[in-house]
Design a protein around this ligand. Structure first.
Ligand SMILES: Cc1ncc(COP(=O)(O)O)c(C=O)c1O
Length: 372
């Protein structure tokens, strides 16, 4: 056992020295700290319509789905949710899974194999990185949002190819050149997989639909239900043929207990709220633009503002200073930052009252001035 004990101690010491030690801090159900670190962009996770639907579903269907989808876990709630997600995103079919992570694992591992070339943007989410490893496909990582690099990676390859991108990137909050990527994929008969985790709900039906790409047979979408929709779960939005393939071949779908009823009903209710309150995404946009201008950082494509910090230690100090003043913001350090630059990650939340938002802006401006 001492070999393992020594190894764990060495690893912990190396993390500590590099300022990269992470720990978990449980938060109470309610506190006075304003959360600008989470991804509840529209404030729906605590919306009474959403929480009541989740609670009712738990009472009606039980706390868990009880089995995987192919056994007895497929509930009427899942199929309704799939229909509504497909309608919102303009895609012909949808498949709901227990998380966005699973959705990405499912798509890539079921569509790609050793005979597939995967071309991946350098800033892609960890779930897609892991998905490619699981698939054992050949991998070409291309510089961030570099369409020419995608084109040259695909050039001369005449097998099945997948290109991976996020419509809005999770850490830097920037937007992918989706129209150009889709055109390159069409030229090379490649499939484009777009992770809309940070766009769905924040940019209405997501950027694939907004750019008129929803009907393109070579573009498919993955999404999470745990950010703007305030619930939990993931989805693949695709053609019926891809859905059928995933149901039969995607191990992260097949060997996983179905999405819990409360999460499915919560997400369904959130979709209803989105239809009834279309001003919510506009509020996110306005707040994101104003905050980016106040902090002097790049405008955000969605709800994520990225504030570069000089070092991991300074980033932590800035985060602690914001917390002392009642604000929780994210602190991303290597290896969770694609470019190695530590940063504060501040998220806009439309559920925060106007006066609290104004105070949060003041605090953030002061913190960034002191540490940035
Ligand atoms: C871009 C992206 N894809 C996928 C996921 C995973 O989604 P989930 O949290 O639902 O597993 C996340 C975040 O957690 C994400 O940021």
């Amino acid at each position: 056992m001492s070999r393992w004990t020594d190894w764990l101690a060495e690893q912990a010491a190396a993390r500590e020295d590099a300022g990269l030690r992470r720990s978990l801090s449980p938060r109470p159900a309610s506190d006075r700290v304003l959360d600008l670190a989470g991804n509840d962009y529209l404030g729906l996770s605590r919306d009474p319509v959403v929480t009541a639907a989740a609670a009712d579903a738990a009472l009606q269907w039980g706390a868990g789905a009880g089995a995987s989808r192919l056994v007895t876990g497929t509930l009427a709630l899942h199929t309704r949710l799939e229909d509504e997600l497909a309608e919102l995103t303009g895609q012909p079919a949808a498949l709901v899974l227990s998380s966005g992570y699973h959705a990405n694992l499912a798509v890539v591992s079921a569509l790609a194999d050793r005979d597939t070339l995967v071309v991946s943007d350098a800033h892609i989410h960890a779930s897609l990185v892991d998905a490619v490893r699981l698939s054992r496909a050949r991998l070409a990582v291309v510089p961030h949002s570099d369409v020419a690099a995608v084109r040259s990676a695909l050039a001369g390859y005449d097998g099945r190819a997948l290109v991976l991108a996020e419509s809005i990137y999770s850490v830097l909050g920037d937007e992918a050149p989706l129209v150009e990527l889709a055109a390159v994929c069409a030229e090379h008969d490649a499939l484009l997989v777009v992770d809309e985790a940070h766009a769905l709900g924040v940019r209405g039906p997501g950027l694939v639909r907004s750019h008129g790409l929803a009907a393109a047979p070579h573009v498919l979408v993955t999404a999470t239900l745990s950010k703007a929709l305030g619930a939990q779960g993931g989805a693949v939005l695709c053609s019926p043929a891809v859905r059928e393939h995933l149901v039969n071949r995607a191990r992260p779908f097949i060997f996983d207990t179905a999405l819990a009823p409360a999460a499915a009903a919560g997400a369904l209710a959130a979709l209803g709220v989105l239809r009834e309150r279309p001003h919510l995404p506009d509020l996110v946009r306005r707040r994101a633009d104003d905050l980016a201008a106040a902090l002097g950082v790049e405008p955000a494509a969605g709800a994520v503002l990225s504030v570069p910090m000089p070092s991991p230690q300074v980033a932590l100090a800035a985060q602690a200073s914001a917390l002392e003043q009642g604000l929780r913001v994210g602190c991303f350090r290597p290896p969770s930052v694609p470019d190695g630059i530590s940063r504060l990650r501040v998220t806009v939340n439309a559920g925060v009252a106007d006066e609290d938002w104004a105070r949060a802006t003041e605090v953030l401006v002061a913190v960034v001035k002191e540490h940035g």
